[in-house]
Structures are given as C-alpha cells and as structure tokens.
Design a protein around this ligand. Structure first.
Ligand SMILES: Cc1cc2nc3c(=O)[nH]c(=O)nc-3n(C[C@H](O)[C@H](O)[C@H](O)COP(=O)(O)OP(=O)(O)OC[C@H]3O[C@@H](n4cnc5c(N)ncnc54)[C@H](O)[C@@H]3O)c2cc1C
Length: 410
C-alpha cells in the first residue's frame, strides 16, 4: 500500500482473532505498516470446522482460510508465517522472532490464543494419542478415522462430542469418557446435557460418565492399545483423542511483565497495562461492560468482537467491547446456539421439548433472562439475545408455553 506512515503495528499470532483484526483494519483502510507474525504456516483460518465438516472430509483446507493470503498482501500487510515471536522488549519496543530477526513496533497486538490442556498420565506419549487444535492435528486425526477403528475420546465437552459425531459418520466405533456426571457440564444445564447424551447414544456412541482416566495401555510398536480407568477397567482403543479443554497462551506476555491472571488482563478496549500493547481473543481475560467480573471466553464471537474493538482503538476511536457472549456447536443434524452465560442461574425454563423439531432452555436469575440455549430454533437464539442484553424479566409461564410467539416478548 502506498503512502504508509512509518508507524508499525505488529500482531503476534495468526489465528481467528488476528485474522478478524486484519479484516477490520482492511475495512477501515488502516494506513500504517502492519506485520502479522504467526507460528503456523497458514494464513488466519477458522478452527470450528476442524472438529466438524473438515474432520469429516467434507470441505477443503482452503475453505478454512478467512481470506486468501494475497488479499492481505495486496493491501500491503505483511504476513510472516511459520515463525514465532520469542520475546518482547517493551523498553525498546521490539519483538525478537524465532529466526532471530527483530521487528520494531509502535503498537503491538497479542493474539496468541490458547493451547490444548495435556494429560500427563502414564502412557501419554504413545503413538495414536491425539489432540485437536490446528490443521495439522485435524489432518493427522482424519487419516486415522477409517471404518471399523475404535476411537476413545477423553472428555465430553464440545470438541470431543463434535469429533464423536464426525467419526461415527465415518463408520468409526466411538467411546466417550467423561469425568463429570453429565456432558458439557461446565457450559450448559442438565436438560441440554441429557438431550445430547440421548442423541449420541442413539447414534451408537458409548458414553461413560463419572469416569476417571488414569493412563494408557501400550500395544504393539509403541502404539496405544487402550485407556485405563480409575475403577481398574481398560477401554480398548486404536486411536485416542484427548479433549479436556484449553489454557490461555500467556507465556510471552508474562515474560514481558504484562499483568496476567488466568489470561492477559485487558480492559473493555482490549488494552493491557502497557499503553502500547493490546491483546485479543482466547488469550485474554477481559472486562466486558455487560458483566461485573472479568471473563475469559473461548469462542469465535469473542475473538471477532475483541478484534473489532482493537481495530477501533488502533484507528483512534473508542468503541468498548460490550457484546453478549455467544457460541454454537454442530453435532449430527443439531445446531446448538447459546447466548449469554448460564452459570449463576436460579431457574431453568424449557420452551418446547426435545421431541419437537426445535426447543430451547431459558436460564433466569431473579426473574430475568441471563442465557438461552437453543437447539434448531434460531428464533429463540435471536429473541434470547435481546432479552439477555436488556436483562429482561419474563414470566416462566409465558416462556414454557409452547404456543408463545417468542417475538412477541420483545
Ligand atoms: C476443534 C475446535 C473447534 C472449535 N469450535 C468452535 C465453535 O464451534 N464455535 C466457536 O465459537 N468456537 C469454536 N472453537 C474455538 C475458537 O476456534 C477459538 O475461540 C478461536 O480460534 C480463538 O481465536 P484466537 O485467535 O484467540 O486463538 P487461536 O485461534 O488459538 O490462534 C492463536 C494463534 O497464535 C499462534 N501463536 C501463539 N503464540 C505465538 C507466538 N509467540 N508467535 C507467533 N504465533 C503465535 C498460534 O500458533 C495460533 O495459530 C473451536 C476450537 C477448536 C480447536
């Protein structure tokens, strides 16, 4: 891009948040020099398909890219891929890369995302044990998912269950081991957990709840042969996926002395405690005007919304981050859409029933809607968004009446 000023903005990380930031800067015709440093060899891409249609072999790798690399480069933005930022020197405003080069910055944006939580149990290094976070992980796992193989998934959260649905479609035998007493316990209520349990069970997935894992059994040639359980049993496996959550990638920020506490601490403008450094996406614990506490979210919506706020800050505008958190998951023919955060509710109200084509669970606190989980019922999600945003009180009787026109609540 011609006529760029000498001010340099460096983005660390090449994931969804970084991609959304580049897109917002492109849209705003940001005139400064921009350099993105990403450890992965790909331009920014979307991860959700990695456990869904990409894993099932239904879409090509290029379709994951948020934009082709040439779009950024044609705009004059530089992508340095396959290389890490190893160190931030805040006094001299430079970053050092893993190829030993240095880049000077005026503004730095950390978008380092998260890393999978690893199991350290005996046998954890055996071949055939997988994690799923990036394209390389998905490609390796996809190769293994052939009809007749036995896949054991450790963890009954979103990613584990999405992989279960994708693998079953490919004729793989699937067992899910979950330590908690119900599926997706951290993020949803018992009705939704029971619904997903039933759908997976009907599809032939063997789900074992309240099941602790102690390690892995060794088979031939250093390959995993099974997963050992706290009750002494062993579940035979040809392939294992460990999917027990992620941890924010804050190492670089911490080493640079930035304030971190379960994520890089940022305000509602994505600003860290260093005025020259912003942080966005999974790696942050942010202040959102909508909530009293600081939050750390692992979602595309959060990555995109924080990226837009950061772009505004870079453009010299102040648009605080105040979006209501939302999330989705696709499993089989189910589209789950979640708005708000349900922990802390004191009442749950079902609208419709799992026997219907679509239904929803409304979560209330002190009579006001704080979250909605909708299954194949986009209208409940859309109306729920407004209700949550307004913290609107709604009578449980009205919500539970299947004849209520949800739009009339607004
Ligand atoms: C399998 C899977 C399925 C998912 N499904 C959904 C879904 O259905 N809905 C939803 O809302 N969310 C979903 N998510 C979560 C969503 O993808 C993340 O919340 C989102 O990707 C966060 O974006 P991010 O840019 O903050 O972090 P990431 O996407 O994790 O990107 C961070 C990037 O920074 C790079 N990096 C880190 N440190 C450095 C460094 N020092 N130097 C250079 N590069 C560095 C990393 O290699 C990585 O590429 C899913 C995630 C996974 C893994």
């Amino acid at each position: 891009m011609a006529n760029k000023s000498q001010e340099v903005t460096v983005i660390v990380g090449g994931g969804h948040a970084a991609g959304a930031l580049l897109a917002a800067l492109l849209q705003s015709r940001y005139q400064h020099e921009v350099v993105l440093v990403g450890e992965e060899p790909h331009p920014p891409y979307q991860r959700p398909p990695l456990s869904k249609n990409y894993l099932a072999g239904e879409v090509e790798q290029e379709s994951l890219y948020l934009k082709p690399r040439s779009v950024y480069e044609n705009a004059g933005y530089q992508l340095r891929l396959g290389v890490r930022v190893d160190q931030i020197d805040r006094d001299n405003k430079t970053v050092r890369l893993s190829d030993n080069s240095m880049i000077r910055y005026d503004r730095l944006v950390l978008a380092t995302g998260s890393q999978v939580r690893r199991l350290r149990s005996p046998g954890a290094e055996l071949k055939g044990i997988y994690y799923l976070h990036d394209i390389a992980d998905a490609d390796a796992l996809r190769e293994e998912l052939v009809p007749g193989k036995r896949l054991v998934i450790v963890g009954g959260g979103f990613v584990g269950l999405e992989v279960a649905a994708s693998a079953v479609k490919k004729g793989v035998g699937v067992t899910v081991l979950e330590a908690a007493e119900r599926l997706m316990q951290r993020v949803t209520g018992p009705e939704m957990s029971a619904f997903f349990y039933a759908r997976h069970h009907d599809a032939g997935v063997d789900i074992r709840l309240d099941t602790g894992v102690t390690g892995f059994a060794t088979g031939d040639q250093g390959r995993v042969a099974g997963v050992t359980l706290a009750n002494g049993d062993m579940v035979p496996a040809d392939i294992v996926l460990v999917s027990i959550g992620v941890i924010p990638d804050t190492a670089l920020a911490e080493a640079a002395g930035l304030a971190c506490d379960g994520g890089i601490l940022v305000d509602e403008f994505t600003r860290t405690d260093d005025p020259a450094i912003l942080a966005i996406g999974d790696c942050t614990r942010h202040r959102n005007l909508f909530f009293e506490d600081r939050l750390r979210l692992e979602s595309v919506a959060n990555a995109v919304d924080q990226a837009r706020t950061a772009a505004a800050v870079l453009m010299g505008e102040e648009k605080p981050y105040d979006s209501v958190p939302w999330f989705w998951s696709n499993q089989y023919d189910i589209r789950l859409q979640m708005i708000g955060l349900s922990p802390g509710h004191d009442q749950r109200v079902m609208h419709g029933s799992p026997a219907d084509k679509g239904f929803a669970v409304f979560y209330l606190r002190d009579g006001c809607v704080i979250a909605v989980d909708a299954v194949n019922l986009p209208i409940a999600f859309m109306v729920g968004k407004q209700l949550v945003q307004r913290r609107q009180a709604v009578s449980p009787g009205v919500l539970s009446d299947p004849h209520t026109d949800l739009k009339s609540l607004l």
